[in-house]
Design a protein around this ligand. Structure first.
Ligand code: NDP
Length: 330
């Protein structure tokens, strides 16, 4: 049984040698257990935080132990009431080809309703993050302008699409011309900015948002956010979802201070963890599934094949190699 362990805590950008490819005996089920065969693994920027020792809202990974992230698996043997061979489940999975489970913290997923990978993206944590961050904190009103950073990534792409469904003007920020074009032609964004070629983000936001920015959904932080904050409207809302631009920093980032904008413009700035809304997940999934069925939401996924490619797929998130949700098919 192939497994992937944390070999060392990354110093700066994660590298392949921070992971250890190992094998173990394929486990056999006992009473109250089932055997899961991993089908899809989600790689996510937040895993970078769990690879370091610093305290957070979720425990650090232990050295020499398997990494764990969202995944979809098939039940291949079962002694657990309610779980039959051939059914699929999603939940936190170790990076192992096969593993045992007692069914706790797993959700059954149905391949006939949506492709299995969708349960890690549009109908999973990604979709819920975009939906609850935007609707609970951003509370966008029809006609308002939403700016989203990391716009071509998993969460950002969904934020933009949901913003359009809610009748807003949506401007995305992403790292390549190809991504910028796709946001406009395939995902309905009104405008998009390439932060790697745009010399002045503050001016670009001002140009593309003639009425200012009412809601900023921030996935990246850093200088990109400095440019957006400078254009925020009175009573604007800043949703602090992620800060990937600083996840690999070895010294704390410094930047322009935002408090003056917050005071002068009476702006709300709030961070959140999607888990805060766990009691509302069924409602969120229902809404997202409805929009998906109605063709109002389009899924965007980058699927990498092969168990041994999980660490590289994770590393590639920091190089912007993905369009939409980065998922590894086993
Ligand atoms: P993405 O699919 O957006 O993947 C990461 C993307 O970030 C890359 O494709 C890349 O796109 C961009 N990126 C990488 N490095 C940088 C950089 N230095 N500066 C700017 N952009 C960069 O990941 P997710 O959608 O899964 O996550 C997006 C953000 O949301 C992350 O910060 C994540 O931690 C956070 N998150 C927060 C949750 C919460 O509960 N609060 C839940 C889920 C995610 P590009 O080519 O455009 O640079």
């Amino acid at each position: 049984n192939n497994v992937i362990l944390l070999n060392s805590r990354p110093d700066g950008k994660p590298k392949l040698s921070d992971f250890k490819f190992s094998t173990e005996e394929k486990p056999e089920i006992g009473a109250g257990e089932m055997l899961l065969k991993t089908k899809f693994i989600s790689v996510d920027p937040y895993l970078r935080g769990r690879m370091s020792e610093s305290k957070s809202y979720i425990a650090s990974f232990e050295l020499g132990k398997p990494i764990n992230s969202g995944g979809v698996a098939e039940v291949v043997a079962s002694n657990v009431d309610g779980y039959k061979v051939g059914e699929f489940v999603s939940g936190g999975l170790d990076w192992k080809e096969f593993q045992l489970s007692n069914g706790k913290n797993l959700t059954k997923v149905n391949e006939s309703l949506a492709p299995l990978s969708n349960y890690l993206g549009i109908l999973g944590m990604t979709g819920l993050t975009a939906y609850f961050g935007l609707s609970e904190i951003g509370v966008p009103k029809k006609g308002e302008t939403i700016v989203v950073s990391g716009a071509a990534g998993a969460v950002g792409n969904m934020v933009g699409q949901i913003g359009k469904i809610l009748g807003c003007r949506v401007v995305g920020i992403a790292g390549t011309d190809e991504k910028v074009n796709a946001l406009k032609t395939d995902f309905g964004f009104d405008e998009a900015i390439n932060y790697n070629t745009e010399p002045n983000i503050t001016k670009a936001i001002a140009n593309f948002c003639p009425n200012g920015v009412d809601v900023y959904f921030d996935n990246v932080g850093g200088e990109i956010s400095d440019g957006v904050h400078a254009n925020i409207n009175r009573l604007g809302r800043v949703i602090v979802c992620g800060a990937i631009s600083s996840y690999n920093d070895t010294t704390p980032p410094q930047g322009p201070r935002v408090e003056q904008f917050l005071i002068k413009k009476s702006v709300l700035m709030q961070g959140f963890i999607v888990g805060n809304y766990a009691d509302k997940f069924p409602d969120g999934i229902k809404q997202l599934s409805t929009w998906l069925k109605e063709g109002k939401l389009v899924s965007s996924e980058t699927i990498v094949e092969g168990f041994n490619n999980i660490p590289q797929a994770f590393i590639d998130l920091f190089e912007g190699k993905n369009n939409g949700k980065m998922i590894v098919k086993i």
